[in-house]
Design a protein around this ligand. Structure first.
Ligand SMILES: Cc1cc2nc3c(=O)[nH]c(=O)nc-3n(C[C@H](O)[C@H](O)[C@H](O)COP(=O)(O)OP(=O)(O)OC[C@H]3O[C@@H](n4cnc5c(N)ncnc54)[C@H](O)[C@@H]3O)c2cc1C
Length: 390
């Protein structure tokens, strides 16, 4: 059983680690969060936060702070990237709050991280240790940083997790064959089709573009995802000449109105997309992985951070049941693997549909044209209307 007096160490203060700290503290558990970065960086640009994540952030009391920063889009629109023809529209805004019990918001990732850190700093049961890179996540190495030996270690250290390498049966991250390019564009320079009241996904063969407003900077966040070969094992790479060519050629036949986005633009950052799709998350009662460290996925369903937030809530709930710790962790892994598998499958389906060409594209457009916005929304009930297990 996890004794509440026994400290828990969380490696990584990303979305997973910070949310887990808050969820555990809410249930009376003491937490040390250890982060290699000395200060916040703006890495990651924008984030779509869906209602399933926001239900949990609301339970943590963070909704007012989020509402002060984010935009709640009226709808999520799919558009043809070559013709700019609208293909489908899922209502959001007030509709999302009513249908899924929580809002849908878009904001800068750093804003969310700042809100989480402020909450952690006000929580007496959480201690944050910034600027501390752990070379090993063994209890003695953690105690050297925190001054106390942890009863449980939570690896929330992202897709290239070092905690994961200590778990027997875990698997390394694999390059997915897709690269994300991220940049922002000022509202004035943006193509006229960009609409600050919507999340827009422009679809095309082997590539798509997601655009939404960032209220904090009065810009549009742009994510271009293309199939590609370059696979350096790090994020936030500055654009190489080869990657710039990949980006330009993927969109060269898209609508003229979008072309200026890809030419002579401020250097986008380049994110080779890695996945962790199998392998163990748990080492007996000692160690557990959450977030990208456990199950990094493609951003085709925009759910990576949302899954990290759900993990955080459900892990705390499992540890709070009075079961022996190894059993509590097994229960957590069993229930989360089912959910992650389903979300990953939705992402794979989106990848297939978004990047379609030829007859598949024609069929996709026909099917979408037959669906009413409410029918499209109903397809998201299992995802956005999810209530985390207690
Ligand atoms: C292009 C793109 C778009 C995306 N869009 C969305 C979206 O719209 N919605 C959504 O829900 N998700 C989205 N995601 C996914 C989301 O960004 C990630 O799933 C999420 O940020 C993962 O959070 P995490 O806390 O698990 O990992 P990370 O954010 O990677 O955090 C890990 C932390 O651990 C620290 N760390 C690592 N190693 C050590 C160590 N040895 N010692 C100490 N600290 C360490 C790191 O510095 C970092 O702060 C997107 C991802 C990409 C690539």
């Amino acid at each position: 059983m996890h004794s509440k007096g026994e400290p828990i160490a969380i490696v990584g203060a990303g979305i997973a680690g910070l949310t887990a700290g808050l969820c555990l503290a809410l249930r009376g558990m003491s937490v040390d969060i250890i982060e290699q970065a000395g200060q916040l960086s703006a890495i990651g640009a924008g984030l779509q936060l869906s209602p399933n994540a926001n239900l949990i952030l609301a339970r943590l009391g963070l909704l007012p702070a989020l509402e002060a920063m984010w935009t709640e889009p009226d709808s999520i629109c799919l558009m043809d990237g070559r013709t700019l023809k609208p293909l489908a529209q899922v209502p959001s805004g007030v509709f999302a709050r009513k249908r899924w019990g929580a809002p849908y918001g878009v904001l800068h990732r750093a804003s969310l991280q700042r809100i989480l850190i402020a909450a952690v700093e006000q929580q007496p049961l959480c201690r944050l240790h910034l600027g501390m890179r752990l070379e090993s996540a063994l209890p003695a190495a953690i105690a050297a940083v925190t001054g106390r030996a942890p009863g449980l270690i939570i690896g929330a250290d992202g897709v290239w997790s070092s905690v994961r390498t200590q778990i027997p049966g875990s698997r390394a991250a694999r390059f997915s064959g897709n690269i994300a390019f991220r940049f922002t564009t000022g509202s004035r320079q943006a193509p006229a089709v960009f609409d600050a009241s919507k999340v827009m996904a422009f679809l095309g063969p082997k590539a798509h573009l997601v655009v939404y407003p960032l209220r904090e900077t009065q810009t549009f966040n742009v994510v271009a995802i293309v199939q590609g070969k370059s696979a350096t094992a790090s994020w936030d790479e500055v654009l190489s000449a080869g990657a710039a060519r990949d980006l330009n050629s993927a969109f060269s036949r898209w609508h003229a109105e979008l072309q200026p986005l890809f030419k002579g633009h401020e250097a986008p950052t380049c994110w080779p997309l890695y996945e962790v799709s199998e392998g163990a998350w748990q080492d007996g009662p000692h160690t557990i992985l959450i977030g990208d460290a456990a199950h990094a996925m493609m951003p085709f369903a925009a759910q990576g951070a949302a899954m990290a937030i759900e993990d955080a809530w459900e892990l705390a709930a499992c540890l709070d049941k009075g079961q022996p710790r190894a059993e509590a962790l097994e229960r957590f892994v069993a229930q989360r693997k089912i959910r992650i598998k389903k979300v990953r499958a939705r992402g794979s389906f989106n990848r297939f549909a978004y990047h379609a060409s030829g007859p598949v594209r024609v069929a996709r457009d026909f099917v979408l044209s037959q669906k009413r916005p409410e029918d499209l929304a109903a397809d998201f009930d299992w995802l956005y209307g999810y209530v985390p297990r207690d």
